[in-house]
Design a binder for this molecule. Sequence first.
Ligand SMILES: C[S@@+](CC[C@H](N)C(=O)[O-])C[C@H]1O[C@@H](n2cnc3c(N)ncnc32)[C@H](O)[C@@H]1O
Length: 251
Amino acid sequence: MKKAFVIGIGAGNPDYMTIQAINALNSVDVFFVFEKGEDKDDLVRMRKEICDRFIKDRKYRFFTVRSPARDATTPSYKAGVQSWHQERAEILKSFIKDEMREGECAAFLTWGDPTLYDSTLRILQNVRGDGSLEFDCEIIPGISSIQALAARHNVALNTIGESIHITTGRKLAEELPDSDSIIVMLDSGEGLKAAENEDVDIFWGAYLGTEYEILVSGKMSEVAGDIQRIRKQARAERGWIMDTYLLRRNS
Ligand SMILES: C[S@@+](CC[C@H](N)C(=O)[O-])C[C@H]1O[C@@H](n2cnc3c(N)ncnc32)[C@H](O)[C@@H]1O
């Protein structure tokens, strides 16, 4: 039987790799990577560095495919994402069928943790959907950007006995959730802009765990302008940005 690992590699720092993840890496024959375009080559390079550093005495290969672009003109966001996942599933199906030998083990190195805002598990479900392709699948958890953010700011994610709301920039721009602790990911800037006048503290982190890491925290009213300026500049310099933040009420 062929096998696929989905390995959480942590959100940026190779030291976030767990022992379980390293053990899994060392049983892989072929790594599958979707390339997202020149601006994100840094992310492919970091994955290759993880393999170089942690795999000992084992031959492996990389299978890299340019990721199809999501059609942002589709009126329904969810329908657009679903059809994009299906397109990627077809690519994966051919990979598993044609590029893997019987008994081989493949791996998808997912950024942070595979269960948090990552499409790999859903895509693999689509691959298995029609039952025409059988393979084992094992998930290895990783340190997410949320955990990295909290650790780097030395702050707990929840207040005593209260819930945490995890959301996206797009959803935040629609409405500020009624929670003491709001974590925002996948923000193209619209969430930050929408929240800039709120009476909250913000703990913001970009490129967490990497050599480009930037941290800013403080009262939103005092630091919102700085964050937006730094964000814009860093994005222009690197060609991409990944940032996550915690909004804390009543602190
Ligand atoms: C597609 S999601 C992947 C999340 C990932 N699975 C995780 O566990 O963190 C990408 C979003 O995660 C956040 N993110 C991932 N890595 C990050 C990092 N090193 N620094 C800051 N934010 C990061 C950003 O909000 C980014 O827009």
